[in-house]
Design a protein around this ligand. Sequence first.
Ligand SMILES: Cc1cc2nc3c(=O)[nH]c(=O)nc-3n(C[C@H](O)[C@H](O)[C@H](O)COP(=O)(O)OP(=O)(O)OC[C@H]3O[C@@H](n4cnc5c(N)ncnc54)[C@H](O)[C@@H]3O)c2cc1C
Length: 351
Amino acid sequence: MEVDYLIVGQGIAGTMLSYYLLQQSNTVTIIDNYNPSSASNIASGVINPITGRRFVRTWMIETLMPFAVNAYQALEKELNISLIQQTNLLDFHSTPQMQLAFTNRLPTETEYLRVPENSLQWKKYFNYPFGVGETHPTWLVNLQLLIQTWRKKLCTQQLLIAEHFSIEALQIHPSYIQYQGIQAKAIIFCNGTQAANLPYFQKLPFAPNKGEALILAIQQLPRQHIYKQSLSLVPCQNNLWWAGSSYEWNYEHANPTEVFRQKTLQQLQQWLQLPFEIKAHVAAERPATLERRPFIGMHPYFPQIGIFNGLGTKGCSLAPYFAKVFSEHLKYGQPLIPEVAIHRFHKILAP
Ligand SMILES: Cc1cc2nc3c(=O)[nH]c(=O)nc-3n(C[C@H](O)[C@H](O)[C@H](O)COP(=O)(O)OP(=O)(O)OC[C@H]3O[C@@H](n4cnc5c(N)ncnc54)[C@H](O)[C@@H]3O)c2cc1C
């Protein structure tokens, strides 16, 4: 079988890249071994324009957020599913310092930050001695539904191979690659944290980090907001709530831990005034990078091998825009911005 592109991995990176490559009439085959505990499958799916303790805007959010919203809405129509909803984030300040940082930021960040009307109205749900701020709008993407539905569509069109990809079976030729019975102009790795094990990319400054979340049933908590105080409570599938997350750089394994469970239970008991029940506990590694910028492009010394990775904590907002940009780079040779282009590492990538 001959195709233009062979893609390895169908998390949000592989999903969006295959979507745009197919839209541009390329032929594509995807290999993905379906991991229910991949980062994309356990993420809460929030797009938040504001980040950190100083309430600053996230990188490129003015471009990324509207692009992502349009892209997910177009996919909703194409796949006939409900994928994205606008919401807001209520940030119950955890200390007087956080309250002050929010208040100091308000006059300069008038687009995304505000003080909610009647800020005492959540007292029956939460304990919050230091007030509440609001980020608006935020967006909530159902990544799991997108990935499952896109996977079904790819399977129906016989474009997906549900297998583990084995690098030993990859043959690189001057103008094409061969993998088992597939010949492609290029192979593109969208395989999340597993890319750090590939001989072609292992020198890149990956900095994977682990995140865990509890899935909770909470009766009577209004579902139109995201709530935050150190940890976030995000409405998720089946009328449940996603409670997380941790950011661990030193960890022995990628599985759920008792330490996280106990710490989160303690936080919830202090903050949440409603009874709750734990339904599940999930964990995954985020494909993050030292510079907190994606790795995108074709290998400077093996132009038949590409990568779309390093989406870190922001896969929902980064994947749509940069998948489109990458697909146009491949088709028309349009340059990638230097902050994301893999070419910035050409020295360390030399064989
Ligand atoms: C707890 C947690 C919460 C998060 N919350 C958010 C959030 O609210 N908003 C946000 O924007 N981001 C969030 N993220 C980050 C987001 O999940 C990631 O940025 C994004 O999912 C990365 O997508 P990816 O496709 O690059 O990698 P992955 O989701 O890891 O996908 C990689 C795919 O490649 C496949 N694969 C790997 N190796 C092979 C192989 N050898 N053969 C076949 N297939 C293979 C895997 O099975 C998987 O399907 C969160 C992450 C975590 C862990």
